[in-house]
Write a protein that binds this ligand. Sequence first.
Ligand SMILES: [Zn+2]
Length: 270
Amino acid sequence: MIRVTRRQVLGGSAAALLGALHPGPRLGAQTASAGPPAAQLLEDLVAANRILADQAVLDGYGHVSARHDRDPARFLMSRSLAPELVTAADVMEYGLDSEPIDPRGRPSYLERYIHGEIYRARPDVQAIVHSHSPSVIPFGVTGVPLRPLYHMSAFLAAGAPVWDIRAAAGDTDMLVRTPAIGQALARSLGSHAVVLMRGHGVVVVGSGLPHAVFRSVYTEVNAKLQAQAMGLGGPVTYLSPEEAKRAEGSVGGTLGRPWELWKRKLRRDP
Ligand SMILES: [Zn+2]
């Protein structure tokens, strides 16, 4: 039984009293960490940040995340920091509401809702890259569809939808800064590998970090090659759906090769 003294009531502790009578949800249960991620996952997340900066997909902006290996309702992402500078100590754990579990004063990326809402909508997705990949931007603003020009980008065969933030939220600063805007983006992504963000950038998803990094690199390369091919003036021949299916199957078995190369190049850097 809760005893309330006259002094407590007169002292203005009504809110505390209400809290005592109606404790509400157990916040502690929702904010407990899922525990430390596997060392390999953490190492790969740091590498993914630095590889994508090295490959000019990310610059001072953009971010990479990975679903937590201990809890599918959690993901891992750096605190707000340029990707090239990310170390294991910068990685924080997030809930699917895109809020950090234990921020300890460390700021989060404004657009973290991209990640939480896609992990929520796509149980198959294990890693997400959001970038301002420069060659992709024109395909988000011209109505020219991004299509697979060669075997390395066969994953584009199902199409890369263009998401317009204006349709979801009117005039904004173009940033995915709320859960509702993140949900609209996730709906536009649907079951695709890539969604273009009109006037902003791109989101690429994968079944793991090497997969999402591979797709991000070759989305950028395909966009550059497609613009060059279209600039030559003749009709462009794209991969047929059957060619794309076969090529994705073949290339999919070799993802470890570029991943090891890209990681090795990082170690050579001073
Ligand atoms: Zn952005």
